[in-house]
Design a protein around this ligand. Sequence first.
Ligand code: SAM
Length: 372
Amino acid sequence: MKSIQEIVTQTEFSDEDIIRLLSVTDKNEVEILRQAAFDRATEHLGNQVYYRGLIEFSNICTLDCRYCGIRKSNHDVPRYELEKDHIVSAAVWAAENGYGSICLQAGERRDPKFVDFVIDVLETIHEKTVSETLPNGLGITLSLGEQTLEVYEAWAKAAGNPVGLRYLLRFETSNPDLFDHLHCAPGKHEKGLERRYAALANLRKAGYQVGSGVMIGLPGQTLEDLCKDIRTFQKLDLDMIGMGPYITSAGADMLGEGMMEKKALMRLSLNMIAVTRLVIPDVNMAAATALHALEEDGREQGIRHGCNVVMPNITPRIVRKNYQLYANKPFIEQEPSDSNHYLQNCIEKSGRTVGLNVLGSSVHWLKRVKKI
Ligand code: SAM
């Protein structure tokens, strides 16, 4: 049998190798895996970690994903939608503080009023953030769920920055039965895995750097499922990957199914990040905020295991507590500059530097569009 040291030096991995790496718990083996992932990230992406200032601009959602704290049927959460001026101010703050990019996230809506609101916001952000330091304006990542190709195209045009245009749409799990279990509240079939893949293909068509990902440690999820998730990342030829631990939420429908024990969940999540980095070395990979909900230095650990993006929460504080996807979500109270300072420390402690005033686009994407 191959040793962990032998496996991590490979550039091609069998399913058996992947499952073996995902399951490591021995301290020495964990460190071999972590160091290999960190080194592979350095080799392919350099030493910088990029910020995406996260603005959670509305928790109004038309869907009922069973794991999610802001699902439509959770009537305990006060709903909000930030006004345009507040969103734009947060974006301008990000640009002035060296963030090359922001991420706009919200619950899922497809009505024309919402679509037009996003267009208006994007156009204004672009107009206000073109500068000498950011000649194309802020990089924009959208995380607004499944939309038609026409909507994706309209938002791409409004963002005005084709070299810094990205979309995050997790497929959550590649196991179709588990996907249905997560999304199909009794009597509802709001989401389908194949439709999710089709939306990701449309995003590529519309010119976005395409990001997706999964939740790790879902009830009933196996190591074989996670291995298949990595194979799906490869098949979809993703530019960006964002994944994090599944954490129960009081307002969710799946509370009764429980979650993994915290230490084991953290280990599995970090293994998944490290293995993904080894298998797909040149994608941008975000250290999810959910890692921090499990352990104080969660995102720092994510960076040490191969992540190269963090998403500081710059949502105005007044509404932040109402965007609770899961329990113990961090940075509910801090002002943006506090979490900014904190994150910079985390990044430097993990041996990286912060890439300020740059778009920090995915090297995988840059190679595909022949920009490098
Ligand atoms: N509606 C958009 C979508 O579905 O892509 C964006 C918002 S949605 C809340 C963003 C992500 O939050 C989901 O893709 C899901 O992976 C994550 N999420 C929701 N509930 C979670 C939970 N309990 N634990 C961990 N992640 C969760």
